[in-house]
Write a protein that binds this ligand. Structure first.
Ligand SMILES: NC(=O)C1=CN([C@@H]2O[C@H](COP(=O)(O)OP(=O)(O)OC[C@H]3O[C@@H](n4cnc5c(N)ncnc54)[C@H](OP(=O)(O)O)[C@@H]3O)[C@@H](O)[C@H]2O)C=CC1
Ligand SMILES: CC(C)=CCC[C@@H](C)[C@H]1CC[C@H]2C3=C(CC[C@]12C)[C@@]1(C)CCC(=O)C[C@@H]1CC3
Length: 345
């Protein structure tokens, strides 16, 4: 039977490279590109069909940063497919990033320099905002929209007769100290990206605890530092091009500088080939590229706490009930308003 694979944020960067790699690995795979912009989704499909003319590629409108869009997309998925084999939770944003150049310069002369380049610890902050659903945008996009999608799709994902893999694109920037159970949306801090990625690591662990017995397995990957629209938002693309020789040199010391979307998608495509039961729920699977340009995947233990992951899971369930209630009330208000308008006409 053909494997059904859904990828969020599939129209560019690592998501698009993953689709390309999956089709090269298995031309029979049934791909669904879940994107918020249908024009970009069409362009991605055309690019994939140019190299894989017989590929089965469907498009789905999904804005993971909008609760209504997630619910609508989940309904559509349930109508289209009676099973999903892989759900790649890849869409992500890093709005208004700011590099601390002073810290970067200081770090260059410290013993921590490799760690700094690999994780961006102490180098990067972002400016978040509240979205139309009243949630912090980075949290809503990188974590909560995906969580709601998984919750809505549980009947399709949790089928004991076959396994499904959830695969989160996390980051080496995910850091415990950026995350707080008292502020899971990161209202107060300046590292919403790091917080949201650490939250995805915790959530993946909790999803395994709750759903492995139902055939659902969750993993997290880190693609390394990759040149994509996300990184072009941090520094302009011409700057990255200028410093490319320096980056190749740094790659000799830290294999996390994968640089191309193809290399960054290594761990995502490696996981496609693994038996989910054999994976370690406490490991992050890193895409790595050696100084000579060879790609490989390496699991590294994550700094996770079982109680913390359960507490986050509980909070997400509570937030889910709250937003569902709010959406229901809004729909009822709208219906009442329409009825009133009909009567007064
Ligand atoms: N590049 C890097 O160095 C690293 C990236 N990552 C992670 O990799 C993932 C992919 O990012 P990358 O390929 O680098 O960057 P890109 O910006 O190229 O890709 C991000 C993708 O997510 C989509 N997306 C963003 N917001 C939404 C939304 N609300 N609903 C649906 N889709 C959305 C984008 O769509 P659109 O084109 O419409 O904006 C795009 O397709 C992200 O989760 C990122 O955090 C992790 C570590 C390092
Ligand atoms: C000489 C040189 C390489 C300069 C660039 C300095 C910084 C802009 C980068 C150093 C480490 C990078 C990094 C990321 C962004 C750019 C850096 C801070 C990420 C945060 C991008 C998104 C991620 O998810 C993880 C990356 C870690 C490393």
């Amino acid at each position: 039977m053909h494997k059904v694979v859904l990828v969020t944020g599939a129209n560019s960067g690592i998501g698009l490279a993953l689709c390309e790699r999956l089709l090269s690995q298995n031309s029979q795979v049934q791909l669904c590109l879940a994107c918020r912009n249908m024009q970009r989704a069409e362009a991605a499909r055309s690019a994939l069909l140019a190299s894989h003319s017989d590929a089965q590629i469907e498009l789905l409108r999904l804005d993971v940063g909008s609760l209504r869009s997630v619910l609508k997309a989940a309904e559509e998925i349930k109508q289209r497919y009676n099973r999903l084999d892989y759900l790649y939770l890849n869409a992500g944003i890093m709005p208004n990033p700011q590099v601390d150049f002073k810290a970067l310069f200081k770090g260059l002369f410290s013993s921590n320099v490799i760690h700094m380049f690999a994780t961006a610890e102490g180098l990067l902050t972002q400016q978040d905002r509240v979205n139309a659903d009243g949630l912090q945008e980075v949290f809503a996009t990188n974590l909560f929209g995906h969580f709601l999608l998984v919750r809505e799709l549980e009947p399709v994902l949790c089928q004991p007769e076959h396994t499904t893999q959830l695969i989160w694109t996390s980051s080496s920037n995910a850091r415990r100290s950026a995350f707080s159970l008292e502020d899971i949306q990161h209202h107060k801090g300046v590292e919403p990206y790091s917080s949201s990625k650490y939250a995805s690591d915790l959530l993946s662990l909790a999803l395994n605890r709750h759903h492995n017995s139902q055939g659902l397995f969750s993993s997290v990957i880190c693609p390394g530092l990759v040149m994509t629209n996300l990184t072009y938002g941090i520094l302009p693309s011409f700057f990255w091009t200028l410093i490319m020789p320096v980056m190749w040199l740094i790659r000799v010391f830290t294999n996390t500088f994968t640089l191309t979307p193809y290399n960054g998608a290594e761990a995502l495509s490696w996981l496609f080939l693994q038996r989910p039961e054999s994976l370690d729920p406490r490991a992050k699977y890193h895409s790595l590229t050696s100084g000579l340009g060879n790609n490989y995947t390496q699991p590294r233990k994550m700094d996770l706490d079982e109680d913390m992951s359960e507490a986050l899971y509980e909070q997400l369930l509570q937030l889910e009930s709250k937003v569902r209630k709010k959406m229901k009330e809004e729909e009822e208000d709208l219906r009442a308003h329409k009825e009133y308008l009909d009567q007064t006409e």
